[in-house]
Design a protein around this ligand. Sequence first.
Ligand SMILES: [Zn+2]
Length: 310
Amino acid sequence: MTTLLLTHPACLNHDTGYGHPESANRLRAIEDALAAPDFKRLKREEAPRADLAAIERLHPKAYVEMVQAAIPARDHNWLDADTIVSPGSWEAALRATGATLYAVDQVMAGNADNAFCAVRPPGHHAEPSRAMGFCLFNSVAVAALHARAKHGAKRVAVVDFDVHHGNGTQAAFWTDQDLLYASTHQMPLFPGTGALNETGVGNIWNAPLAPGDDGEDFRAAFEGRILPALDAFAPDFLLVSAGFDAHIRDPLAQIRLLEPDFAWITEKLMEAAAKHTGGKLVSTLEGGYDLDALASSAAVHVKTLMGAAT
Ligand SMILES: [Zn+2]
């Protein structure tokens, strides 16, 4: 397997301010973990900038211009109580979304089997016209539309195992039966969406977990609800919102996953990809706020993508 790893130093320059959980140290922790000899075979590239035209397939031009206008010349600005931008945020956001788009291009072209985008800011809370939850542009949703527009994909699925519900991706896909969004997430928890009965046009598959749920509950949610839906949908491209904040050590939630649970879901998604998409899968970092747990969980995810998990 050839796994592409995309990142960009500009993603470190999105400064959310002192004490914010979504910090540049998250990416540094992942970079350190992926510097180990096990990861030598990764195909490493720098993320290009996303074209605004690609972003504007999802986000209205007025929204994109609002985000750009909100970037301060110095210090910080607040798009909401949690979503903070600094002078480096625009470039970081373009590289984060650009990584995901470029990964789709490379995997579609057969230059890699799959890809992981180690980028920030994250994206799955960004709605078409609303920044929230640390997110500016919804990279996976933009990438899904890109896979259709540029590569002729008919049905694109996003599977999201971040501990928070990806309200932005759900909102983006809500009325489009050729886009599937499936998510496990803690409820109740930010952002408050993600109930079982939020089903869109039959294309939204939420599997909420209760605080305290563990790997057994997580696997049951996937096996009982999400994986069968994904199989029935038969996507021709698969995107993953890979958040690692359902780890037991994470400070923002109360789900109790361990590293083997992240290896397990990665294997299951690779099996679905092997069956439906010729193995084509692009995964993008969302959350994960305990630095050690984030690094070890992302490492197990990438190692599994490489086909090298034990
Ligand atoms: Zn999260």
